[in-house]
Write a protein that binds this ligand. Structure first.
Ligand SMILES: [Zn+2]
Length: 243
């Protein structure tokens, strides 16, 4: 009886470890992803998922414009198809757009064919309405496996995770979102926020908008520079070669 119990525990333990690395945003076990710079860097990157979302993507753009900051937006393909003008406005305002799949499945449970379709179809939709060839990818729920990361690379996409989670999808106030950010920011961070909600367009993101305004005001005031993900990646390259 005992060996079986031990065996059972061991298997359960392995499954838990595998699950942890599949979903944990900064884990590198299943392939390299971008998660920001080393702590102490004076750069921060705001990233917004699940848009385009009417009217909150525009409101987020207004806040960013007031602070003179560019950010990175990970768009859902089917929402781009429904609101192409918002995707175009993001590009025209100088923000970077990446892809967040066509309809937000957890790719851990998707076949390779389905992963490829989710990525290609979204890249195509973004290209059709903006002329931009998206090069960044954020997996829904942070879920990825070696196969999906390989497919992303084959599609010309770099996978971008995050290391500051603001839990804005369940926060009851802007204050709560800001506090989550403040507890985790150490410099060099990729900050996860949402201008949309993956089920539908129109979900209220006013708290995320207000929180972004406050995060920008506080950290700009402390001398941090807000950059896009490509700018942060470029800095990482420079640091790697010793500049
Ligand atoms: Zn999402």
């Amino acid at each position: 009886m005992l060996p079986q119990v031990i065996g059972g525990v061991a298997v359960a333990g392995l499954a838990t470890v595998a699950g942890f690395h599949t979903m944990w945003p900064t884990s590198q076990v299943y392939g390299r992803t971008f998660t920001g710079l080393k702590p102490g860097s004076r750069m921060l990157a705001l990233t917004f998922d699940d848009g385009p979302n009417d009217p909150y993507t525009q409101q987020m753009m207004d806040v960013l414009a007031r602070h003179g900051v560019k950010a990175t937006f990970f768009l859902i393909g089917r929402f781009v198809q429904q609101r192409p003008e918002i995707a175009r406005a993001l590009v025209e305002a100088g923000h970077v757009i990446g892809i967040h799949t066509w309809d937000h499945p957890n790719l851990i449970f998707a076949s390779s064919t389905e992963v490829r379709r989710q990525l290609r179809q979204t890249q195509q939709a973004i290209f059709d309405v903006t002329g931009v060839e998206a090069e960044l990818f954020r997996p829904p729920f942070g879920g990825r496996r070696p196969a999906s990361l390989r497919i992303a690379r084959a599609c010309g996409l770099q996978t971008v995770m995050w290391n500051v989670t603001c839990y804005d999808w369940k926060a009851e106030s802007a204050d709560e979102i800001v506090k989550h950010a403040e507890r985790q920011i150490r410099g060099g961070n990729v900050i996860l926020l949402h201008d949309g909600e993956y089920h539908r367009i129109g979900v209220d993101r006013s708290r995320s908008v207000a929180a972004s305004d406050r995060i920008l005001a506080r950290y700009k005031g402390e001398g941090y520079k807000f950059v896009t993900i490509p700018e942060m990646m470029e800095r990482q390259q420079q640091l790697a070669v010793g500049n």
